[in-house]
Every structure is written in structure tokens, then in C-alpha cells.
Write a protein that binds this ligand. Structure first.
Ligand code: ADP
Ligand code: MG
Length: 331
């Protein structure tokens, strides 16, 4: 039921000569929770709308399983969409909102009732069936929107920044909920966000986009630990870009990435991966602190540590980075 999605050479220009998406290829497996991650304006929603059929690509083809659906209208694609602003009908009850797609498909009333109740149960909203939308919180509204999308047993579930309107605590909770729903129903889901934490915590795989180009595809761990280039490295987390001259035993003349949390402060130098640096300052952030050190050649290193009470600004300390925690970048 859940389909794989294959994107072949898809590009988009809204205005002639101004490409928003350059020709790109992508394969999303059936049952996968796949993320399109990138900064605002990089073309994520454009690609999602093309997959939904709401927008025509300038070039290229889209397949659901082996079927070319490029020319198939949106309502026949069996893709369901969840938006940032929920797009629920305020004058209808929760039940009727969730039933909407099923009524449009003219299913028998008994089946509609079953599917709506199932979907509401799945998102833990069964007690709210007769409520009107404006009486619900943002998080509850997003659960209803999710139930509506899942109720039609979509071949592909498309989510466009679904958590952007929620406060931080609710967002964490809804992340878990969306992951759970996708996995319980074995959905193929394509999730658009600019929030790296959402993509890293929920995604089976991530495609990182910048300026209409896929920069990298991989699992959250791969893409975080082994980013291909400076953009990918910096978009996914804290960075120190260092050089081969500063860190021995690395190939040729390349830019290297050392993540701030991969730098240890050690008491006594124990091997050739240790070096000295001057402690400059620290910022206490609760569960972690962000420290600045100056290397012998003057470069400032960002270091994440659990605490820094025992460090004195101006004093020199021994730092260490294991070679396996240094990544070689392409640019
Ligand atoms: P994202 O979702 O990654 O923030 P979008 O896909 O919405 O990015 O937009 C990508 C680019 O295309 C942006 O520069 C945006 O201004 C432009 N764009 C989006 N929609 C339209 C449109 N309907 N007409 C013209 N330009 C558009
Ligand atoms: Mg968008």
C-alpha cells in the first residue's frame, strides 16, 4: 500500500531562467520516514508540492512504485498532506474533518466511521471526536490534521513544516507522535523542515538541500558525523574548520571538520593526538557549556564541555581529538 517514490531529473523554474530546483534524483523507499532538510527558500516546499501534484515540474518525472504519476492529478495520487497551519475546517467537528477525504471517496458510512475512529485512536484524539476545531489547542489540531491524512491510507504522506507553529515542548512531544504514527502504519512519509533537530531525531534518512541542489543524502548519523562539505557540516551542528597542518596524520591539503563536542580536555598529554591551547572564555548553558580556546597559531576553537569551573582564562590546557572524530571535507 505505502509506495516508494522515485524522482528522476526533476527541476523547477517559476520564472523562465530562474531555477528554484536544479535537476535532481531521489529514491525514497516504501515505509521510510524521509526528510527534506534545508534553509528557508532552498526549494523544499516546491519539491513536496511537485510530489503532491499541486505543482508541475519544469522537467523530469515522478514515480510512485513503478508507475509514472507525473501527469496524474493530485486527487488521484493518493498522497495526503499535513501543513504547518493544519488547514482544518473550523466549522466542522473533529470527526467530520477526519472523515472528509473518506466521504469524498464515497466509502460506505460504516467504513467511514471505522476508519475515522481508528485514525483518531492512533493520534490519541478519540475523546475529541465531537469537538469543534477552534476549541482545540495547536497540538491537538495538528493531531487531527495527522489523523485526517492517515485515515485515507495514503500511498505517501507529505508533511510540510508540520510543527513550526507549536511551542518547543509540544514540538518535542509531537515529533515522537509523528514518528510513532508513521512506523505503526508503515507509511512512506516525506517530511520537509528547516529544523535540523527534527530531521536528526526522526529521520530514517535525510536529503540536505541548498539552493535547489541536494548536497548530501544519508542517515542522520552519517550526515552529522561525515558531512561532505562545509555547508552540510555547518547546517547540521557546531563546527571547527581546521587544516591538515594543524592536525597531523590527515590526508593532503584539505579542510577538516572537528565538532566542538569531539574535543576533550585532558589532564596530562597521553599521545600524539594531544595539543596545547589557551582557555579564553566559557558560556554556561545548563546541560552543557560552550568554551573558546586559542591554538598556538592563533586559531579559535569552539569546544563543548559539561562544565568549566576548574578552568582559568589565560591558562593553557591540553586538548585532544581522536583521529576517527576528524572528517575530511570536499571544500
Ligand atoms: P522552502 O520551502 O525551502 O522555504 P520554497 O520551495 O517555498 O522554499 O521556495 C523556493 C524558492 O522559490 C524561493 O526563492 C521562493 O521565493 C520561490 N517561490 C516559491 N513559490 C513561488 C511561486 N509561486 N512563484 C514564484 N516563486 C516562488
Ligand atoms: Mg517551505
Amino acid at each position: 500500500m505505502a509506495a516508494s517514490v522515485t524522482i528522476k531529473g526533476v527541476s523547477k523554474s517559476y520564472k523562465k531562467g530562474v531555477p528554484v530546483l536544479l535537476p535532481l534524483d531521489l529514491e525514497i523507499h516504501a515505509g521510510e520516514l524521509f526528510f527534506l532538510l534545508g534553509p528557508s527558500g532552498c526549494g523544499k516546499s516546491t519539491l513536496l508540492r511537485i510530489i503532491a501534484g499541486l505543482l508541475e515540474p519544469s522537467e523530469g518525472k515522478i514515480f510512485f512504485d513503478d508507475t509514472d504519476i507525473t501527469a496524474v492529478p493530485p486527487e488521484k495520487r493518493k498522497a495526503a498532506m499535513v501543513f504547518q497551519n493544519y488547514a482544518l475546517w473550523p466549522h466542522l467537528t473533529v470527526f467530520e474533518n477526519v472523515a472528509f477525504g473518506l466521504r469524498a471517496a464515497r466509502l460506505p458510512e460504516k467504513e467511514i466511521r471505522e476508519k475515522v475512529n481508528d485514525a483518531l485512536k492512533l493520534v490519541r484524539m478519540e475523546e475529541f471526536a465531537s469537538r469543534k476545531i477552534p476549541s482545540l489547542s495547536g497540538g491537538q489540531q495538528q493531531r487531527v490534521a495527522l489523523a485526517r491524512a492517515v485515515a485515507v491510507s495514503p500511498r505517501v504522506l507529505l508533511l510540510d513544516e508540520p510543527l513550526s507553529n507549536l511551542d518547543a515542548k509540544l514540538r518535542d512531544e509531537m515529533r515522537m507522535e509523528i514518528s510513532r504514527v508513521c512506523k505503526e502504519r508503515s507509511l512512506t512519509a516525506i517530511y520537509v523542515t528547516h529544523d535540523r533537530r527534527e530531521a536528526l531525531s526522526m529521520g530514517d534518512r535525510i536529503a540536505l538541500l541548498d539552493k535547489g541542489v541536494i548536497q548530501q543524502i544519508g542517515s542522520p548519523v552519517e550526515i552529522y558525523r561525515r558531512p561532505r562539505n562545509r555547508f552540510a557540516a555547518a547546517f547540521l551542528g557546531g563546527v571547527n574548520f581546521v587544516t591538515t597542518a594543524q592536525f597531523k596524520g590527515q590526508p593532503e591539503n584539505k579542510t577538516l571538520l572537528v565538532r566542538p563536542e569531539m574535543i576533550e580536555i585532558v589532564h596530562t598529554p597521553k599521545d600524539e593526538h594531544c595539543f596545547e591551547a589557551e582557555f579564553l572564555s566559557g558560556t554556561f548553558l545548563g546541560e552543557r557549556s560552550e568554551l573558546k580556546f586559542k591554538m598556538n597559531d592563533g586559531m579559535i576553537l569552539d569546544v563543548t564541555a559539561s562544565a568549566y569551573e576548574d578552568l582559568t582564562p589565560g591558562n593553557r590546557y591540553t586538548l585532544r581529538v581522536s583521529p576517527e572524530n576528524i572528517s575530511v571535507l570536499e571544500d
